[in-house]
Write a protein that binds this ligand. Structure first.
Ligand code: DC
Length: 230
């Protein structure tokens, strides 16, 4: 029995899940679990080990090794939300590149890889008092989560936000390239055979296209409080 709820947030790339999840976790005093960072870390570790992102078997073997050695660790960080370490090395910045976003999307298509990370995600959330964000939290990882959200926005709106972030970081990507990346990732995440991105049964749909960040958070916080009081 969980005494505190699990809050599951799923949705497409660039919908603002990370920032919203972080703010909700802070406001509720909950642990934050960024499952996309796990897939990004696997993509980075694979490229360093010269393992092809398309080689599901080799990736799964590598991921199993990382999990069993507890080589992947996640620490709460006031500035970044979550600080990710691979065998003690801080890879928080290295996994936040367009290349690793695409790599994570590709490695996450393999059922064998997903199976290796599933236990890690369930362990992190099982006691409740946690906000998990990803693509399949409400559908696969915790279908019994007390509160489920599907956070989305139009592709143009998501690309605009993502492009602004890249520009702020000093990256010279064009808006058109960013929009094409967003659409490519949507197609890959929604059309894969295993755990495709979709709105879970009972998930509250939040379309943030016409909402400010503050409005989105306020709306979701009210939903969590309502659900937790039921
Ligand atoms: O949320 P993100 O951009 O960090 O996620 C990177 C990729 O990881 C995303 O394109 C799909 C994959 N992912 C997934 O398949 N399942 C999750 N629960 C989280 C992320």
């Amino acid at each position: 029995m969980r005494t505190r709820p699990i809050v599951a947030i799923d949705g497409p790339a660039g919908a603002g899940k990370s920032t919203v999840a972080r703010r909700l976790a802070d406001a509720l005093g909950f642990v934050l679990v960024d499952t996309g960072a796990m897939y990004r870390a696997v993509a980075l570790a694979a490229s360093r080990a010269s393992i092809d992102w398309k080689d599901g078997k080799a990736l799964a073997e590598m991921a199993r090794g990382l999990v069993s050695r507890s080589a992947l660790t996640f620490e709460r960080d006031a500035e970044l939300g979550v600080r990710v370490k691979l065998a003690g090395e801080d890879i928080s910045e290295a996994i936040r590149t367009p290349d690793m976003a695409q790599g994570a999307s590709t490695v996450s298509t393999h059922g064998e890889v997903r199976a290796e990370l599933l236990e890690l995600q369930r362990m992190a959330g099982r006691d409740g008092g946690v906000v998990l964000e990803g693509r399949d939290i409400g559908t696969v990882v915790f279908p019994d989560a007390e509160v489920k959200f599907f956070l989305t926005a139009s592709p143009e709106c998501r690309a605009k936000r993502r492009h602004a972030e890249l520009v702020a970081k000093g990256t010279s990507a064009s808006f058109e390239d960013t929009l094409a990346d967003v659409k490519r990732r949507d197609a890959q995440d929604e059309n894969r055979a295993v755990a495709p991105l979709r709105r879970a049964d009972g998930a509250i749909l939040v379309d943030s296209t016409a909402l400010s960040f503050e409005e989105t958070v306020a709306h979701m916080l009210a939903d969590v409080k309502r659900a937790a009081l039921r």
